[in-house]
Ligand binder design. Structure first.
Ligand SMILES: *[C@@H]1O[C@H](CO)[C@@H](O)[C@H](O)[C@H]1NC(C)=O
Ligand SMILES: *[C@@H]1O[C@H](CO)[C@@H](O)[C@H](O)[C@H]1NC(C)=O
Length: 290
């Protein structure tokens, strides 16, 4: 019996997939300002005050998968603050997929900025407002990463897709392992109304609350080579991963309609249409038809 259990455990460890955990401390650890964290059952609170912000990171790195978290953003006056939830690899030529929530004065709407870094280069910002007040309740924010696309969703509604256009000669972030991160910090030099509104420290502490952590991806093994990890984390033989399913390589018709709706009704900035900043249309924008 014991032997059977341990061989099952070994089989799972070999596949290396973490499925649907919701416990913060199984998947993540505080990375700085440990005294700015508090725990209430399944709930995690992270605060920013005039001494420090705070941040946490995943214990493992992943190749492909979906990361999900429920966040309730800073209530009341959050001007000057940024709360971020993102995936990132390491090094000078790193890849990164960002959600950044830009705070605002009481009663004014948060903005959500997304960005994609490929081989160390970002400058792919999009901004949109939300169709709900993100400070009143928890909402689900997720990043889904396959070899075909990076998909950002809010309550399962797609808000951005970054497609693999390698066949057009455009690099796609698919071979560097990514960690999962979140942080809250003071960014009053740019975050709110272009930096005109500063953080009002008399309203500190600024608190972001989290729950429902999930990482459903392929855990990267540091002891294995990059090529071995690529192989382990891609379908083939008896390995069948959801992120390699054909349905994961593009949006469904329903998702495409949702994304069109978000872009038409909630998008306030798209680097692809910022001709002042990019006189020559960024190359991947010419091929994105959304
Ligand atoms: C931080 O804020 C508190 C409360 O508003 C204040 O008493 C303290 O002096 C501030 N500390 C710094 C380093 O600004
Ligand atoms: C804050 O509110 C103002 C006024 O409604 C709005 O123009 C701005 O986009 C909002 N968000 C941020 C992050 O500045």
């Amino acid at each position: 019996m014991l032997k059977d259990l341990s061989s099952i455990f070994l089989a799972l460890a070999f596949v290396g997939c973490v499925v649907g955990s919701s416990r913060f401390d199984e998947l993540f650890q505080p990375s700085w300002a440990l005294d700015h964290f508090s725990y209430e059952g399944e709930l995690l609170k992270m605060k920013l005050d005039n001494h420090s912000g705070a941040g946490f990171s995943s214990k493992s790195k992943y190749l492909y998968g979906k990361v999900i978290v429920q966040i309730k953003l800073v209530e009341g006056d959050s001007a000057g603050t940024v709360t971020a939830f993102y995936m990132s690899s390491d090094g000078a030529y790193h890849n990164e997929f960002d959600f950044e929530f830009l705070g605002n004065t009481s009663g004014e709407p948060y903005l959500v900025q997304t960005n994609v870094y490929v081989n160390g280069v970002g400058n792919r910002e999009q901004r949109f407002n939300l169709w709900f007040d993100p400070t009143k309740d928890f909402h689900t924010y997720s990043i889904s990463w396959t070899q075909r696309q990076v998909l950002f969703s809010v309550d399962e509604t797609p808000v951005r897709v970054h497609s693999n256009l390698e066949h057009k000669g455009i690099p796609f972030p698919k071979d560097q392992p990514m960690g999962v991160y979140s942080s809250i910090w003071n960014a009053d030099d740019w975050a709110t109304q272009g930096g005109r509104v500063k953080t009002d420290w008399s309203h500190a502490p600024f608190i972001a609350s989290y729950k429902g952590f999930e990482i459903n991806g392929c855990q990267y093994l540091d002891g294995a080579s990059a090529a071995e990890n690529m192989k382990r984390c891609s379908s083939g033989g008896d390995r069948q991963y959801w992120w390699d399913e054909p349905t994961m390589s593009e949006l469904s018709l329903h998702q495409s309609h949702q994304l069109i709706w978000v872009r038409a009704n909630h998008m306030v900035y798209d680097y692809c249409s910022d001709t002042a900043r990019f006189p020559a249309t960024p190359v991947e924008c010419e091929h994105h038809h959304h």
